[in-house]
Write a protein that binds this ligand. Sequence first.
Ligand code: SAH
Length: 240
Amino acid sequence: MRRRWLGLAVLLCLALSHAPVAHGHAQNSSNTDRFAAQRAAMVADQIEARGVTDRRVLDVMRSVPRHLFVPEPLRSRAYDDRPLPIGEGQTISQPFIVAFMTEALGVSARRRVLEIGTGSGYQAAVLSRLAKEVYTIEIVPALARRAADTLKSLGHSNVHVREGDGYAGWPEHAPFDRIMVTAAPERIPPPLLEQLAPGGRMMIPVGGAEQWLTVVEKTPNGVVERRTIPVRFVPFTRGQ
Ligand code: SAH
């Protein structure tokens, strides 16, 4: 297992170190172009290489400017294969995890999506390009404000950001076809299950020291849960 990841890491480094040559004009291109090339490499080397195949998800990951969702000093690292700090002790998820969760959630243009844990707003931005409406809740006020500003400045007018404890969901806009949780609770918050529409699906990291990204589906025969991959998300916190 460890050798496989090492191999992958080495391959990744090789691929990344060759990217500017493959793109030829990288040296004299503008910042925007440089980031577009980095985004294309991110999608090819980190996301497609690990098995994400949904064309729409790959296209969105190639187009949303991830560097604008990270603090300015970290912009040059925005397309690295890792989560990054966004302030307040929180992180923006690794690109692969964003793509994996988005594909597994199965979002289409008719869907209304609830996200818990807005953070930088990046995952919400990705979802907003695929869904009808995105409702997202962030418990840290400074992050909620910054994410709302970033999303507005980039024209994501179908994202609605609210500051508060996502444990209670957003009953005024329920039920939701899809729910994505990007902080890890020990157990699935019952209000979120209640606000999931019949036939709906939720992606949620569940656990403490050991967490599993879990798919939860509300079927006619009841709620079905299935573990996917082990993950490490920041803990789901509770308001006072
Ligand atoms: N989706 C984010 C990554 C989020 S990190 C992105 O794309 O950048 C997880 C976020 O969940 C943190 O910002 C944290 O403050 C928030 N969070 C933790 N517990 C929460 C809760 N109970 N309600 C709402 N947000 C919560």
